[in-house]
Design a protein around this ligand. Structure first.
Ligand code: NAD
Length: 470
């Protein structure tokens, strides 16, 4: 695969300060497909300086012109869609159809939404005898994970650009090639030099140097709760703004009267898509005791249809997980589920293929709320089905984790489902299969994070207010 042996800083690809490299591995066949430079504090410093220098100019560009450049960026992503799809599949292992529709389709829609928002957003308002100005926060450190390699980047870069901020991006170690293609797209779109900068590298070296850099005004991080906590502490000590999109353990609540077959099929699909590597995956299915065994059989049958294998094969619905460490972690959770007494009804810890980091689509029944697999984020194709007695019991179970990112409720009618959803401690709830909306705020309650991404709420994260009194 094509890779740049350098960092994109101040509008050009520049040699890295150090000699270390990161190998990029295709998780479907375990072959090294490319190498990228592992950035150091020196590279990070050069990138932050470039972003700082570009800030006054970019912040002064009128919003409609910034909007036009975001639109141009969207157009380049559309034009290079095929290349990006192939790259996401090669470094993440996502089946081609999912890479096209979701991994590349969603960020194109997000970029479009920010082109419109930048053009229409009220960056000034009158309040009594004041004019309130919504100004860019400044230089943004964007630190992203590998699970949605392009979406996580666009969900930070597009609103930051719309707000008038400049950025330094440090993408995940496993998926730097998609990030390099994105940097090419920024360049091709004509976004001025220094506005967007890319430093590839490891979390503990490049990520930490970026999060702690005094030239950064906001750290926007998506990833694990453990690292988020550390970044929050560093940012807090420096009195720096921070946005954290962290883990989840979302509940899919099926109330009596719902279309059980539809709810179970959608729920299984939500967990198996992207090999379960979605922070808002509906990994806990809650079913009333009267419908429980029927739901378990439906879920086991649905999971068995997720044929795993080569992600470039059109028949494949389940690719590998991203790396060996994740595979071992997910299998460890499956072993733990069995040990703690859950009933395995599909899949299991055995490797489904001789090569590649595959995990079989797995379903557990008789999961109780105190089990590890009902509490901790697994980040793999593993569904837990829990039994509830009545609505109050369902609510207690749904709200009974440290997380609160996503969720779903199914009922006979939308009103019943929405009434239940209002009582859930979580940032997003899909009602009777409600679709993803690029304008809806996305982010967590409790330990799932701080702040929101997407739509106007996501844009507000990159703004600070100044009031003028007359
Ligand atoms: P991770 O926290 O290890 O890494 C995320 C990013 O942080 C990577 O770019 C990594 O290099 C960097 N990083 C690691 N250590 C760092 C440090 N000390 N300082 C600065 N940066 C550092 O997470 P991951 O394994 O890449 O992703 C999986 C996790 O992310 C899961 O827990 C998942 O739920 C979570 N996630 C959350 C969301 C969300 O929107 N809430 C989205 C995707 C993933």
């Amino acid at each position: 695969m094509k890779a740049h042996d350098g960092m994109y800083i101040d509008g050009a690809w520049r040699p890295a300060a150090g000699r270390d490299r990161i190998e990029v591995v295709n998780p479907a066949d375990e072959q090294v497909i490319a190498e990228v430079p592992a950035g150091t504090a020196e590279d990070v410093d050069a990138a932050v300086r470039a972003a700082r220098a570009a800030l006054p100019g970019w912040a002064a560009v009128p919003a409609p012109e910034r909007a036009a450049l975001i639109e141009a960026l969207r157009d380049v992503l559309v034009a290079r869609k095929g290349e990006i799809v192939a790259t996401v599949t090669a470094e993440l292992g996502s089946p081609l159809g999912f890479s096209e529709a979701v991994h590349v389709g969603a960020p194109i829609a997000v970029a479009s939404s920010y082109a419109s928002l930048a053009a229409s957003y009220a960056f000034e308002e009158r309040l009594g005898n004041s004019t309130v100005l919504l100004e860019p926060i400044g230089v943004v450190a964007a630190i992203t994970p590998w699970n949605y390699p392009l979406h996580q980047i666009v969900a930070k870069v597009a609103p930051a650009l719309a707000a008038g901020c400049t950025l330094v991006l440090k993408p995940a170690e496993d998926t730097p090639l998609t990030a390099q293609l994105f940097a090419e797209a920024v360049h091709e779109a004509g976004i001025p030099a220094g506005v967007f900068n890319l430093v590839t590298g490891t979390g503990p070296v490049a990520g930490q140097a970026l999060a702690a850099h005094e030239g950064v005004d906001l750290v926007s991080f998506t990833g694990s709760t453990a690292v988020g906590r550390q970044i929050g502490a560093t940012a807090g000590a420096a009195v720096k703004r921070v946005a954290l999109e962290l883990g989840g353990k979302s509940a899919n609540v099926i109330l009596p009267g719902a279309d059980l077959a539809k709810a179970v099929a959608a729920g299984v699909g939500h967990v198996m898509n992207n090999s379960g590597q979605s922070c808002n995956a509906l990994t806990r299915m809650l079913v009333h005791r009267d419908e429980y065994e029927e739901a378990v059989s439906l879920a086991a049958a649905a999971a068995a249809k997720y044929a795993s294998g080569d992600p470039t094969d059109p028949g494949t619905r389940l690719g590998p997980v991203v790396n060996a460490k994740q595979r071992d972690r997910v299998r460890g959770y499956i072993d733990k589920g069995i040990k703690e007494g859950a009933r395995l009804v599909a899949g299991g810890p055995e490797a489904p293929h001789a090569q590649g980091y595959f995990v079989a689509p797995t379903v557990f029944a008789d999961v109780t709320p105190d089990m590890t697999i009902a509490q901790e984020e697994i980040f793999g194709p593993v569904l837990s089905i829990l039994r509830y007695e009545d609505e109050e019991d369902a609510l207690r179970i749904a709200n009974g984790t440290v997380y609160g990112l996503g969720g779903a409720v199914w009922a006979a009618d939308e009103e019943t489902a929405a009434a239940f959803a209002r009582r859930m401690d979580t940032g997003q709830v899909d009602i009777n299969g409600g679709r993803f909306n690029v304008l809806a705020p996305f982010g967590g309650y409790k330990q799932s994070g701080v702040g929101r991404e997407l739509g106007p709420h996501g844009l507000a994260e990159y703004l600070q207010t100044k009031s003028l009194q007359f």
